[in-house]
Design a protein around this ligand. Structure first.
Ligand SMILES: Cc1ncc(CN)c(N)n1
Length: 230
C-alpha cells in the first residue's frame, strides 16, 4: 500500500508543531495561567483570521473537481462560520465585546501576512493548493486541543476549558480529518515535484502558526501603532 501523503508531511512538520506546546501562550492556556489580555488579543485576531480562512473554504468549493470535494469544503465553511466562530463570539461576550466589534478588529501584521499567503497560494493554484493552505490550521489546532485535553484540569478550567473542549471535540476532529482525507486523496497521483510544492505550503503555514502564537503572546499589531499616525 502507498504511504499516505500526510505521513510524509507529519515527519516534516513534527518539530514545528511540538514547539507550539512549549510556547508560553499555548502552555499558559493549557495550564490555565494565561493572561486574559493576551487571550483577548488572540481571540480578536483569530476572529478576523477565521473570516479569511472561511474564504479559503469557499474558494476550495469553487475550485473542486467533484461534488464530494465541493460538499466537504462547503461543510468546512459552514462549521467554521458557526461552530468555531461561536467559540470566539462566546468569549467576546465575556469581555463585553459585540460580534460587530469583533468583526471590525484591525488585522495585525502577522494575521495579514498569514491570511494573505494562504489566499495567494490558493488563488495561484488548483484545489490542491487550497487544501494544502488550510491543512496545518485545522490539523494543528486539533493536535494541540487533543494534547491539552490530557493535561490536568485543562478541560475543566473555568475560562480556558471551553477552548480545549472545542478544539479537542469529536466535531472539530472530524473537520481536521476531512482536511487530512482531502489532501491524501488529491496527492495520490501527483508527481514528486508537485508534492514538494504542497509540502512547502504546509511547512510555511506551520511556521505562520508559530508566528501567530507569538503575535498573541506579545499582543503585537504593527511596528508603529496606527493611532500614532496622522
Ligand atoms: C491562526 C489559526 N490557525 C488555525 C485555526 C483553527 N481553525 C485557528 N482558529 N487560528
Amino acid at each position: 500500500m502507498q504511504p499516505l501523503f500526510t505521513d510524509r508531511l507529519w515527519k516534516k512538520v513534527e518539530p514545528i508543531w511540538k514547539s507550539y506546546l512549549e510556547h508560553p501562550f499555548v502552555k499558559g492556556l493549557g495550564e490555565g495561567w494565561l493572561d486574559k489580555e493576551k487571550f483577548k488579543h488572540w481571540m480578536k485576531q483569530d476572529y478576523v483570521y477565521l473570516i479569511e480562512y472561511s474564504r479559503l473554504f469557499a474558494l476550495g468549493s469553487a475550485k473542486a473537481n467533484d461534488l464530494t470535494t465541493m460538499t466537504t469544503f462547503a461543510n468546512l465553511l459552514h462549521s467554521t462560520l458557526h461552530m468555531e466562530m461561536d467559540l470566539h463570539r462566546n468569549y467576546a461576550s465575556k469581555f463585553s465585546i459585540t460580534a460587530q466589534e469583533l468583526e471590525e478588529t484591525e488585522a495585525a501584521a502577522t494575521t495579514t501576512a498569514y491570511t494573505s499567503y494562504m489566499l495567494n497560494v490558493s488563488q495561484r493554484g488548483g484545489v490542491e493548493n487550497t487544501i494544502a493552505a488550510v491543512l496545518a490550521c485545522a490539523w494543528s489546532y486539533n493536535y494541540i486541543g487533543k494534547i491539552l485535553a490530557t493535561w490536568p484540569n485543562a478541560l475543566e478550567h473555568e475560562f480556558y476549558g471551553s477552548w480545549v473542549q472545542m478544539y479537542s471535540s469529536d466535531e472539530f476532529t472530524a473537520l481536521a480529518n476531512d482536511c487530512i482525507d482531502l489532501i491524501n486523496a488529491i496527492a495520490k497521483d501527483k508527481p514528486e515535484h508537485e508534492l514538494a510544492l504542497l509540502e512547502d505550503i504546509v511547512v510555511k503555514t506551520s511556521y505562520f502558526e508559530y508566528m501567530f502564537w507569538d503575535m498573541a503572546e506579545n499582543q503585537a499589531m504593527w511596528p508603529i501603532p496606527s493611532t500614532a499616525l496622522v
